[in-house]
Design a protein around this ligand. Structure first.
Ligand SMILES: Cc1cc2nc3c(=O)[nH]c(=O)nc-3n(C[C@H](O)[C@H](O)[C@H](O)COP(=O)(O)O)c2cc1C
Length: 182
């Protein structure tokens, strides 16, 4: 069974991550959800806990140690999660988390898991068109691509501002298939 970590950050599109977790969980994967603080404003941890049948981790868990039975030693939660992940999917990925990961900033549980892992990183951005086309965001995305991350590009669609534009999260189907192809 594969351990897939789904990192959810603070976008309205976070509700779509619920369906993605549900679909991945059906496919013999062990899905572990890690949420940013902002993500918890959009969807509750309880919802992800229910669809993943697993504990959900939020920033408040960051400083809690975990016991590794195999090695009989204490290791930090972020190292433990980083080691067990066979793949990490960031969905939806905000401009903020993309910037942090592209620049090695690790100031919460999710960003520490990402920097500590050797697992493949898939990133599905979702944001307003002006945010997505901002050259800083594009430079950060290019930087992540060069480092081997797979970007699941957003599409043109409805945006939170009420307009249509680029930055709408890729479809649930596209994202699930991208994960299963890895
Ligand atoms: C209603 C609302 C919707 C938002 N939607 C997005 C979004 O789709 N994409 C994005 O990059 N930021 C969005 N933001 C801004 C992020 O929530 C904000 O940058 C936050 O600091 C992200 O933190 P995180 O990356 O740690 O989750 C939204 C904010 C609000 C209040």
């Amino acid at each position: 069974m594969n351990d897939i970590i789904v990192g959810v950050s603070g976008s309205v599109a976070a509700y779509k991550a619920v369906e993605i977790v549900r679909k991945l969980n059906k496919k013999e994967n062990n899905v572990i959800v890690v949420m940013t603080k902002a993500a918890t404003k959009f969807v509750s941890a309880l919802t992800f806990q229910t669809v993943s049948n697993n504990s959900v981790f939020t920033p408040r868990h960051f400083f809690e140690g975990v016991h590794s039975k195999q090695k009989d030693e204490q290791i930090s939660l972020h190292i433990s999660l980083a080691q067990r992940a066979s793949l990490i999917l960031l969905v939806p990925a905000t401009a903020n988390i993309i910037a942090k990961i592209a620049n090695g900033i690790c100031d919460d549980l999710l960003t520490n898991v990402v920097i500590a892992t050797k697992a493949k990183l898939l990133i599905a951005p979702a944001m307003n068109e002006n945010m997505y086309t901002n050259s800083i965001v594009q430079e950060n995305i290019e930087r992540l691509k060069k480092r081997g991350c797979k970007i699941i590009s957003p599409v043109i669609g409805d945006l939170t501002c009420g307009k249509q534009g680029m930055g709408h999260l890729a479809s649930v189907k596209t994202i699930v298939e991208a994960v299963l192809n890895h």
